[in-house]
Design a protein around this ligand. Structure first.
Ligand SMILES: [Zn+2]
Length: 397
């Protein structure tokens, strides 16, 4: 669930060149904060934050997301999430972790207000979008983001299938709202949030980037691009016995990865800033889509380097990250199995004899020497899925 949430965050934010690195997940027991309340009692969100910080459950270099079993603001009411704007902390009810509410709270943490803020004040955001209209105030009222329309909370005013606004609300000058389904899908509104929420506007993305660049309270939670190229779990195989449950470096979902063939003998992966090795762009050993749901598939194959499409234009130099990173080219590992294919006619055609090999046979140093003369293809299949293919012409010597 947490990896799913991290993937959703990245898919929603990556075109704004904001990336979220998964740092980990842990459980802790606290009877007092099984349920957190909004603002009253002995189990408020504020008290939980203090308790967590003083009991070692707040990481100083991360956005900390707490997931209580339940959240309530009165004996009969509940809420789904609560955030500290630019505070690197929020809480979200367990059931809401994989819903748009997660993005709503993250939006608050990155400095976004609600799209309806101030709607019931006399100084509300007006409906007009025409900067030449004397009533225009979209840049100075409400959320001060001009591509989100004037609106109220739209509670019960959104048709959940079409995401159409069905209300007839108006601004504080009695001008009827103009709200499209695209507007109700905004993460920072309320009406369509649970079922329709799927987007931030360009204006909101710009605002989040501005806040991140200027906020001192978020600075410790920021890291470098290189961190996205570190596995969240698993270790690289170096030498000696191979254990796939340990030696499988796993990468977070939510990106389009291309693990591209590289060479250079890097038994540990190359340093992130070392791109001196050659890559074969035409041979992608493993391609992963950003909506991949089988997270066990997202692993770094031997003899490949990591290319993340979403990252490739970060920075002032648009080519800076446009090269596969962290070449992992380890030749210490024996193949798990293999196939020897003989081309019976002595040319590359379909008349073949296929001879599967077990690990002992495919790793036998005498393998080629023992073959009869002829044309062969030898496939060495590694346990991580990589295949090393060689064509040989064996003569009478
Ligand atoms: Zn909110």
């Amino acid at each position: 669930m947490v990896l799913d949430a991290v993937a959703r965050m990245n898919i929603a934010l990556n075109d704004a060149k904001i990336f979220v690195k998964y740092r980990g997940f842990e459980r802790f027991a606290s009877n007092q904060f099984d349920t957190i309340s909004y603002s009253s009692g002995t189990n408020t969100y504020s008290q939980m934050k203090t308790w967590a910080a003083s009991n070692g459950y707040k990481h100083p270099n991360a956005i900390n997301v707490y997931m209580p079993k339940w959240a309530q603001n009165s004996p009969n009411g509940g809420f789904s999430g609560i955030a500290t704007p630019l505070g690197a902390v929020f809480a979200i009810r367990f059931e809401a972790v994989t819903t748009p509410v997660m993005l709503h709270e993250l939006g608050h943490v990155l400095g976004l207000p609600h799209t309806f803020v101030g709607y019931n004040s006399s100084n509300c955001e007006h409906v007009t979008r025409d900067p030449n209209d004397p009533n225009y105030n979209a840049d100075t009222a409400g959320d001060r983001i001009i591509d989100t329309p004037a609106q109220d909370t739209m509670w019960n005013d959104v048709e959940p299938n079409s995401c159409e606004y069905t209300g007839n609300g108006s601004d504080c000058e009695n001008v009827l709202y103009v709200i499209t389904p695209e507007d109700t899908k905004n993460f920072m509104g309320y009406g369509g949030l649970r079922l329709c929420g799927d987007r931030f506007t360009v204006g909101q993305k710009i605002r989040m980037r501005e806040r991140l660049l200027t906020s001192s309270t978020m600075a410790n939670a920021e890291t470098d691009i290189a961190s996205l190229f570190e596995p969240y779990k698993g270790e690289y195989y170096l030498a000696g016995p191979y254990n796939p449950t340990i030696h499988t470096p796993l990468f977070q979902p939510g990106f389009n990865y291309r693990f591209t063939e590289c060479s250079g003998n890097y038994p540990q992966p190359a340093e992130f800033y070392d791109i001196s090795y050659p890559v074969n762009w035409n041979n992608v050993l493993l391609g992963i889509n950003q909506d991949e749901t089988n997270y066990g598939n997202i692993k770094h194959p031997n003899h490949s380097a990591i290319y993340i499409e979403e990252v490739d234009e970060v920075g002032n130099d648009s080519d800076y990250y446009d090269y596969p990173r962290k070449c992992y080219d380890n030749n210490n590992k024996a193949a798990g199995s293999g196939i020897v294919t003989k081309f019976n006619d002595g040319v590359l055609n379909a008349n073949v004899t296929v001879m599967p090999q077990d690990s002992t046979a495919i790793n036998n140093p005498q393998l080629i020497q023992n073959l009869q003369p002829g044309l062969y293809k030898i496939d060495k299949v590694y346990d991580n899925g990589a295949i090393d293919q060689t064509i040989i012409l064996k003569d009478n010597n």
